[in-house]
Design a protein around this ligand. Structure first.
Ligand SMILES: *Cc1c(COP(=O)(O)O)cnc(C)c1O
Length: 432
């Protein structure tokens, strides 16, 4: 009780007793007093694990939704801060304006705001502009993103009705033009996250859609999702349309997730024309969707790094910018260390991915180590401290270094050693 606290001890004793009663009722052998104590102690040990255990991300997926998406900057959060307080005037200030101002400067838009995530951004935009009205979307863009983000359902939840146009593979300007006769609240273009369409496909250039929408006096919005804002070719990936390029077509609003390619915390960003943004500012949902102070601090720090041209300070871009020759050298060192402790690990080239539905079907050059084995090895690695989440691949487990920060290498080696060392995993061909 001195080390765990009375409430926790009471809780695990009750749980141990409950399981013993269940054994009794089921006609199983009733555990001895000592076995009951052991059970309670085991539960206590579990209770000591953190609610969200830290993980070494050896999956090679940089924006891994299950592992917290983009690694974010975490500036020190003071006990109190001038969050919505104007220190000069000594009066209430605007909570979101420091972040909005940075977004406006970095992206060169008229106005910007921040909510809890991109799904919330879409809900807010639809609620403020399209409740009880229709919104035009191509049938090729009615997407589902993991974790129950389905575009038609989000629209319904926001009280807007869907006006589908075109076909799954082909949508033309004329399809949108026909729909515009029905006086919709807006045209919505959605980034195809998580998948690609290829073959007999057609999609009008965004500039043509903007022209046709504005000719009818209807706003046009782009759910860009990924928040791509830099030339990805610099990192060995195919170029993607950036937020700035989308804004340059004079769309009314662009929305995206801050924890995908922006490399920030979880947040949803809406930017564009003041006419699109102003109704959001006044909408009652805005208050319900406002981000936490820690998120705002992290987002502001991320934007400050980009504004000062210090991209490499943003953790995601540090990982992406690590030269492949260095990743390879690190993989070699790791394999050598593991060999010395009796773990068979061979250095191997791998393909990493950005993930988060940002650049479907594209891969990044990377290196890692391959350990012979399957589920059993992967489970032992996940049970290590810190947990190592690796990738399974035909008879071997791949520990990809692309999403491991160099300063984590030692910790990774120690965790893998502790999980698999001591000769439990037999050495096998360790070639490169
Ligand atoms: C990721 C994504 C979303 C959802 O964003 P969250 O921040 O997870 O709510 C919505 N639309 C597109 C196109 C996306 O890629």
């Amino acid at each position: 009780m001195a080390s765990f606290g009375r409430l926790r001890v009471r809780d695990v004793v009750r749980r141990a007793l409950t399981s013993a009663r269940r054994d009794l009722l089921a006609g199983r052998e009733v555990p001895s007093f000592e076995a009951l104590v052991d059970r309670a102690l085991a539960l206590l040990a579990q209770a000591g694990t953190p609610a969200y255990p830290p993980v070494l991300n050896a999956t090679g997926v940089l924006i891994h939704t299950n592992l917290g998406r983009a690694p974010r900057l975490s500036p020190h959060l003071p006990a109190y801060l001038a969050l919505e307080f104007d220190l000069e005037a000594g009066e209430r200030g605007e909570r979101l304006s420091p972040v909005s101002e940075r977004l406006v400067r970095y992206f060169g838009c008229e106005a910007a705001t921040v909510v809890t995530n991109n799904a919330a951004a879409l809900v807010l935009l639809l609620s403020a502009h399209a409740a009880g009205r229709s919104v035009v979307v191509s049938r090729g863009e009615l997407i589902e993103i993991g974790g129950s983000f389905r575009l038609p359902e989000i629209m319904a939840a926001a009280g807007a009705s869907l006006l589908e146009v075109g076909c799954t593979n082909r949508t033309h300007v004329a399809d949108y033009e026909q729909a515009l006769a029905q006086e919709p609240a807006a045209l919505l273009v959605v980034h195809r996250s998580n998948f690609n369409l290829s073959g007999f496909v057609a999609q009008p250039p965004l500039a043509d859609l903007v022209a046709v929408a504005h000719r009818h006096g209807v706003p046009i919005w782009v759910d860009q999702g990924s928040g791509c804002h830099l030339d990805l070719a610099a990192y060995g990936l195919r170029r993607e349309t950036t937020v700035r390029e989308i804004l340059a077509t004079e769309v009314d609003a662009v929305l995206f997730s801050a924890d995908k390619l922006l490399g920030g915390p979880q947040a949803g960003i809406v930017m564009g024309r003041s006419s699109a943004l102003e109704p959001l500012r006044q909408h009652p949902l805005r208050r319900a969707l406002r981000p936490d102070k820690g998120v705002l601090l992290s987002l502001a720090a991320t934007l400050d790094a980009f504004l000062a041209d210090r991209t490499e300070e943003v953790p995601l871009y540090r990982l992406l910018g690590e030269p492949v020759s260095r990743v390879r050298a690190r993989a070699r060192r790791l394999a050598n260390r593991l060999h010395r402790s009796g773990v068979a690990a061979s250095v191997t080239p791998t393909r990493a991915v950005l993930g988060g539905g940002t650049t479907p079907d594209q891969t990044l050059a990377s290196w890692g180590i391959a350990i012979p084995g399957g589920d059993e090895v992967a489970l032992r690695l996940r049970r290590a401290t810190p947990a190592v989440v690796a990738r399974r691949e035909e008879g071997r487990v791949l520990v990809d270094l692309r999403a491991i920060f160099p300063e984590q290498d030692r910790e990774l080696a120690r965790a893998v050693q502790a999980a698999l060392g001591g000769g439990r995993v037999s050495a096998s061909a360790a070639t490169e």
